[in-house]
Design a binder for this molecule. Structure first.
Ligand SMILES: [Zn+2]
Length: 143
């Protein structure tokens, strides 16, 4: 089994599908790639004996050198970012269950984006209620 990434695979398909051995000019047209780009991939395909060169250097053409059934396309797999682990916890402000990512995340997005929270947060609502030093100005004022 020969695994090719999209670009060399496309070139291989173009060569394989051509009735006659095809050269650079046709490959440029079919794959819409620059000659430089093509030659890089083609030299790799040649090295792996996936395609074979024909003709002389001036009239270089290529033909498929392997059973096309053996050639498969491999897409690069994008690595997904791992989702942050969340847990259902009640928001400390509105008590709605929310997806909390941890101890520091106890206020739901609704409350965070609400005007009341934004206005009040500095004075009355410590960002982290777990912090014992987080007495608000209001609380301190009572003592
Ligand atoms: Zn809330």
């Amino acid at each position: 089994m020969i695994e090719l990434s999209p670009m060399p695979y496309e070139i291989f398909q173009a060569i394989k599908n051509a009735k006659n051995p095809i050269g650079y000019d046709e490959l440029v047209k079919i794959t819409k790639n620059t000659r430089d780009n093509l030659s890089c991939h083609i030299s790799r395909l040649l090295k792996q004996d996936i395609i074979a060169p024909l003709g002389n250097h001036k009239n270089r053409t290529f033909k498929s050198n392997v059973d096309p059934a053996d050639v498969i396309l491999v897409q690069k797999v994008k690595q997904n970012k791992p989702k942050p682990r969340t847990q259902k916890r009640p928001c400390i402000t509105c008590r709605e269950l929310m997806d909390s990512t941890g101890f520091n995340h106890r206020i739901c997005n609704n409350c965070k984006s609400s005007k009341r929270y934004q206005r009040a947060s500095n004075k009355y609502t410590p960002d982290d209620w777990g912090d014992s030093s987080g007495l608000s100005d209001l609380m301190v004022g009572f003592y």
